[in-house]
Write a protein that binds this ligand. Sequence first.
Ligand code: MF3
Ligand code: CO
Ligand code: CO
Length: 295
Amino acid sequence: MPKNSSGHLIPGTVHTDPLPPSAIARPEYVGKKGPAKHTGGNVYTADEVARIRESGRIAADSLDAVASIIRPGTTTQEINALVYDFLVARGAYPSTLTYRGYPKSSCTSVNEVICHGIPDETVLEEGDIVNVDVTAYVDGMHGDLNRTFPVGTISDEVSALIDRTREALRRGIKAAMPGRRVNIIGRAIEAYAARFGYGVVQDFTGHGVGRSFHSGLIIPHFDSDRFTDMIEPGMVFTIEPMLTLGTHEWDMWDDGWTATTKDKSLTAQFEHTIHITERGAEILTLSSSEIDSGR
Ligand code: MF3
Ligand code: CO
Ligand code: CO
């Protein structure tokens, strides 16, 4: 994703990451066209939740490390290499690698890229924003999160977009109470985004996660009565709102992955994996330092 003369991103050269050493357990979809159908639902035992939290912590710790290398001049493939090395050093498989043919160990989505940007030789520049999405697979469980980072100094408008997207995720998490339908999450996110006139991406959603990367359960980020699944204690799923400074409509690059806003407006995203308890949601993708500081 280098940039063209109007400053918009264009596809770069993608180098497929090597598979980690075979001592690192691989998800069942590695070496296959796609994942097996998820069975067994979206509710997990306490022991399984603890394993998802461990995968989530490793993924989150990799993003803490990513934060320290984000600056003008860093390339998205350098970010990806850090994530690969970090996960593999901790015995984790980077879940995106070969998932439905995806070639890399992370997604790096710059500026108008909504999600699933593929790391390449793109050089981050002052004023850019970049979302880094990492999923770690350890001990049979996936933990999935993402954050959006500013590159150097960014405009107040874009800084507010990032802060409010993080807040939209927080509100979605707060809305995830057992006994409500999943649409309550989308309603909370969309109502908050509407205050600022932001676009809310509809066609990429949160999802059940744990034994499978994407279980089939869909968590909407907008208000629609099509999403009637009940939120139940023990459920594990992601919430991952994508907000834009313009339209919510998108274009897909020929790579079949990179989704950009149709109007090239900037877009931010934050994601956590959460676990539903009787009292509400707990986050399973906190980093070691977030856990230590009592978040
Ligand atoms: N981690 C992304 C999510 O939040 C999914 C990436 S799938 C990939 O669901 F194949 F694009 F990597
Ligand atoms: Co996700
Ligand atoms: Co993700």
